[in-house]
Write a new protein. Structure first.
Lengths: 359, 359
DNA sequence: TTGTAGGCGTTATCAA
DNA sequence: TTGATAACGCCTACAA
């Protein structure tokens, strides 16, 4: 009792019980789901005692007993990607509403960090896992699946790995992009993507692009994928070559995600190529897209909905853990925001070169 | 053994002990810090058994017994703010390196959410708390402090609340901004800030601005603060009025943070005001700043260092919990990146209107 | 409506 | 070098 408080001291249920002069069961009931069953008096006594002592139930002890940690884990490949953050925001909101807390782990696209984080999440006995991570499923991830933890894959599926998937309707996104470019008079399209091996959504987009190009005699197509961390220097050449080849026509660049859009915008700026004369359309909406030149046309993903759907999918499996249920796929439609970057200057199009919208 | 696995099943230390034919104490030692004390044989037996059963120590039980959750909490006012995310990234890295995990809570600038999250963090018995949140310290926050949990305030101090603080050297930031503007030939500065009541760093910046203006006879100054969520519509008028008043001179706008920069950039675009003719300088570096017009000049905060310093501060107090130690303040210097937005077009300045840097 | 007793998975203390 | 046993703080029967 004469401790010097070596670390933070937390009141326990027993201390509250003593302070209130009741049994710890009653205190437990008060803070659990059975507050109703206690008499007015008792409730008041406990409330007062708890307040006096600054008592907070210990979630560790709770989880230990009931086996329910009330924790959802989320694996994010790159926390600095605004898209990931936006989805994460939706995930967190949904978790809160359902009484769960979210434990977010950023892997920085590093498999080693991913494994570490998965071990960590396992040690906290998370009840569900939202994954937005790279390439091959690790041993640790398979362990989660095997052992019955509900999983949801965000934006990308994992090869040879069954789980619910929530994300964009990639085929439709590509279709909308191509249709828009074509409608605006562009007839030669360069599709740029990050390495497709790392994410199925990239693969799906690329595949659809090639498929469409094969079926549209009026359009020319070309696709490249490159690693933005190490191969950015290749980009100027790729673009220059494309423009040279397409000099007789109306060229446009389609960016597979927000990172690509950012990088391409830098290259075009360096080369003093005005947006619009070369069309530019990016998948993923970014807050600054309307600020660059005449504005960059984008396809926005409904990030909030995607995040919420992921949690819903998780909870559904949590409530009825019948493993039989086949994996579900939920795909959302993108929203097109036309801006000046897909408005050809030599046409009499009606598009306002400076869009007036606000973030 | 013939269970239908109603929920995820996790092997326990006892199961591993049985499987290996040893006592659970030994297994505990193996996974704790005393693996050395075990014989080679024993280590091998346990490793094999654990692997066979897919055993992971239960962090809940661990935390319960030892009182150490290995968890650091972080309160973020707005997770969608790139600055916050960048700092958070540094915090997380540092935590990992020190064997702690990070529990991030986004408050969306909502005091109610902040209280909820603080209760949550308390219930998980976090050992330290990094705070980047609004205005007045809540009762919950004071509870943390009173009860001895180490706290670090990020970017903003809280009124009437003692704790370590890590952030930008705000006075110097303002000085650097004003010096740069003045050197570039601007002589009338409009300072725009989000509401200062919510964050001490805003207050410090504003105060220094006014102080400098009072002491520089060659400069005209004017400051406004406004709530970007509800008062954005006031901004065009403020800027128009400023430009009208400053029509005879060389006007510049200084933005108190990244959000303000974004909003101001939109307004200037809407009003077709070219950057440079009106100077624009923003505190906080953003990935798109070099893309807008001739590029927006910024003062970057060393986000990673700030995040790491916060954790270091925490751990220091965790290791020697002598409450006597007075609060420490760590301030970092910003880095100026000059771009076209602070290059007056009518001068013979050498500044390249389009900066060539990459993100 | 309230209280008692046992156990959740782990570590710490003691003994062998 | 190992093992038995008692906590840690809470919840959930069961009993009163």
């Amino acid at each position: 009792m004469s401790e010097s408080i070596p670390a933070a001291h937390h009141a326990t249920i027993l201390e509250v019980a003593k302070e209130a002069g009741v049994s710890k069961t009653s205190v437990s009931r008060y803070f659990g789901d059975e507050r109703e069953r206690l008499s007015r008096q008792m409730q008041a006594r406990i409330a007062a005692a708890a307040k006096r002592l600054g008592y907070r139930p210990n979630q560790m002890a709770r989880g230990l007993k009931g086996g329910r940690s009330q924790l959802i884990g989320m694996l994010v490949a790159d926390i600095r990607n605004p898209f990931s953050v936006a989805v994460m925001h939706g995930v967190e909101q949904a978790c809160r509403e359902k009484g769960y807390s979210l434990l977010v782990c950023n892997t920085d696209n590093d498999p080693a960090q991913e494994r570490d984080h998965l071990n960590l999440l396992a040690s906290y006995r998370i009840e569900g896992l939202v994954i937005n991570a790279a390439g091959q499923p690790s041993r640790e991830l398979r362990a989660f699946a095997r052992q019955g933890t509900p999983l949801v894959l965000l934006d990308r599926l994992l090869s040879d790995f069954e789980a619910d998937v929530v994300g964009l309707d990639n085929a439709q996104a590509i279709d909308m992009a191509i249709d828009h470019l074509q409608h605006q008079g562009y007839d030669d399209v360069l599709y740029l993507s990050e390495p497709v091996a790392q994410a199925s959504s990239r693969q799906a987009r690329l595949q659809r692009f090639q498929q469409r190009m094969a079926n549209e005699p009026a359009l020319n197509g070309e696709a490249h994928s490159l690693d933005l961390d190490n191969e950015t220097q290749r980009l100027p050449d790729i673009i220059t070559a494309f423009l040279a080849r397409a000099s007789h026509s109306a060229p446009a660049i389609l960016c597979g995600n927000g990172n690509v859009t950012l990088t391409v915008a830098h290259v075009l700026q360096d080369q003093r190529i005005p947006l619009g004369s070369v069309g530019l359309l990016g998948i993923d909406e970014l807050e600054w897209c309307s600020l660059v030149g005449p504005g960059i046309t984008t396809l926005a993903q409904p990030t909030d909905a995607i995040g919420r759907a992921a949690v819903q999918s998780l909870l559904q499996r949590l409530e009825k853990p019948q493993r039989q249920t086949p994996p579900r796929r939920t795909h959302y439609q993108p929203r097109l925001t036309p801006r000046g970057s897909t408005c050809r200057p030599d046409t009499t199009n009606q598009c306002d070169p400076v869009s007036q919208e606000r973030p």
